[in-house]
Design a protein around this ligand. Structure first.
Ligand SMILES: NC(=O)c1ccc[n+]([C@@H]2O[C@H](COP(=O)([O-])OP(=O)(O)OC[C@H]3O[C@@H](n4cnc5c(N)ncnc54)[C@H](OP(=O)(O)O)[C@@H]3O)[C@@H](O)[C@H]2O)c1
Length: 241
């Protein structure tokens, strides 16, 4: 997909991979609607992009709040125009330290599913109508290796990401041939606040920088030949630009 002058919505855009994606997509000329809960960090990303000549607007909202999602979609379209692409990047681990399933409260599992699965589903539903009318659109789901590996203590998060992967494949199958495409990406281990919360004693030098991963994800978004429904590892994707 052409990225320059396209309207792109990124959730979880105030930190980590989402922030890096916002900076990279702004550099490529996209008009951005950026979502996160904390307004100060979001404002800082918006200011950084504008200072470099880019176009970005912040929307402080919780993707796990069902009453917020249609407002996010409507506000984003009002600010940057019909959304050409959405990156479902916001995510929660649930309570940390991570805990075994037997010690996981049902309410904590519900909250993880609300943010990581139902939020992206609801937001896609809110955005996909105009995409279908225009015959084009891109929906990117940020997944994890915890979706495919049964890591002890990663149960709520892993189950949410596995379900997100499958949701993406079904969206892709149902909307095949419409021009609306779906991609999943496993970013790999990155040096972010989420990683530090999950694995505080990790060797940070061994982790990818969010900016490197963002370049790979943006290259995937720009590649029109990737089949809808594909799930890619960012580390295995050659960055061509
Ligand atoms: N880091 C890794 O090693 C790793 C590995 C595999 C997959 N991933 C995936 O990569 C993505 C990015 O992770 P990251 O490590 O960059 O995370 P991060 O550094 O913790 O940043 C998370 C971002 O999401 C926002 N956010 C969190 N909950 C939200 C909610 N309910 N509604 C709206 N925004 C919310 C945060 O801002 P607020 O808190 O202000 O809302 C922040 O902007 C996630 O989908 C994660 O599951 C990460």
């Amino acid at each position: 997909m052409q990225l320059a002058d396209h309207a792109i919505l990124i959730t979880g855009a105030s930190a980590g991979l989402g922030r890096a994606l916002a900076l990279e997509l702004a550099r490529r000329g996209a008009r951005l609607a950026l979502v996160a809960r904390g307004e100060a960090a979001l404002d800082a990303v918006v200011a950084e992009i504008r200072a470099a000549g880019g176009v970005a607007h912040g929307i402080a909202a919780d993707v796990g709040d069902k009453d917020a999602v249609y407002a996010i979609a409507g506000t984003a379209a009002a600010l940057v125009g019909d959304i050409d692409a959405v990156v479902h990047n916001a995510s929660t681990l649930g309570p940390t330290p991570l805990r075994m399933l037997g010690d996981t409260a049902c309410e904590d599992l519900e909250r993880v599913l609300a943010v990581n699965l139902v939020g992206p589903f609801r937001l896609t539903k809110a955005l996909v109508g105009p995409m279908l009318l225009r015959g084009r659109g891109l929906v990117v789901h940020v997944s994890s290796d915890a979706a495919t590996e049964a890591y002890p203590a990663w149960g709520a998060y892993g189950a949410s990401k596995a379900a997100l992967d499958h949701l993406e494949r079904i969206w892709a199958a149902e909307l095949d041939g419409t021009g609306v495409r779906f991609l999943g990406v496993d970013p790999g281990e990155m040096d972010t606040a989420m990683h530090a919360a999950a694995i505080p004693d990790a060797d940070r030098a061994s982790l990818a920088r969010p900016a490197e991963v963002a370049r790979a994800v943006v290259a995937m978004m720009a590649a029109d030949d990737l089949p809808s429904g594909a799930r890619l590892a960012a580390g295995a994707f050659a960055v061509t630009s």
